[in-house]
Design a protein around this ligand. Structure first.
Ligand SMILES: [Zn+2]
Length: 186
């Protein structure tokens, strides 16, 4: 396993974040290696999700770890089905370091995808997990959360300050980009 470099908006490789991605068709050792690298890179960066274009790979795939009990999930060729409801909350992104903005997302959805063996899976998700799935699926369609924000993009120091005013128990360790739900988490 190896750490991959995360493409951020302040580098000249940003265009990779806007490109079309290809469907994954070969479920081979290389794909497993990429998935393992992406998981390692996501954890190293303290994120809860990471999409392939963020490490410069134009494939329809992402990894996430929203629920520690469930652990790491590798999502290949995702398809969001039956999104329901709407919720506005702060999100961050490993490709937009230290910046956060409010985005409207469905509160629950179903996700059809393929696992690393190529088997079709379907899961239901709500709350932060649904938000993360939408954020990462956007990435593989070349869409950034900054395209969708309501109001301003704000720096994390400001967010921490505002959050501390609202809830003195919260601290910096709550910030987990890609994507993050600060207001309701914990
Ligand atoms: Zn992101």
């Amino acid at each position: 396993m190896a750490l991959r470099n995360i493409v951020t908006v302040d580098t000249d490789r940003t265009s990779v974040l806007r490109k079309k991605t290809r469907i994954v068709e070969k479920f081979d050792e290389r794909l497993k290696e990429l998935a393992a690298d992406m998981i390692e890179t996501m954890h190293e960066a303290n994120g809860v999700g990471l999409a392939a274009p963020q490490v410069g790979i134009l494939r329809r795939m992402f990894v996430m770890n929203v629920d520690p009990e469930e652990g790491d999930l590798v999502i290949i060729n995702p398809e969001i089905i039956d999104p329901e409801g709407a919720d506005v909350a702060y999100e961050g992104c490993l490709s937009v370091p230290q910046m956060y903005g409010q985005v409207k997302r469905p509160t629950r959805l179903k996700l059809k995808y393929q696992d690393l063996q190529g088997e079709v899976q379907e899961i239901e998700a709500e709350g932060l997990k649904a938000r993360c799935i939408c954020h990462e699926t956007d990435h593989i369609n070349g869409i950034m959360f900054t395209d969708k924000i309501i109001g301003e993009l704000i720096h994390e120091s400001k967010l921490i300050e505002d959050e501390a005013k609202r809830d003195p128990k919260s601290s910096e360790q709550d910030l987990k980009p890609d994507s993050v739900e600060i207001i309701e988490e914990n």
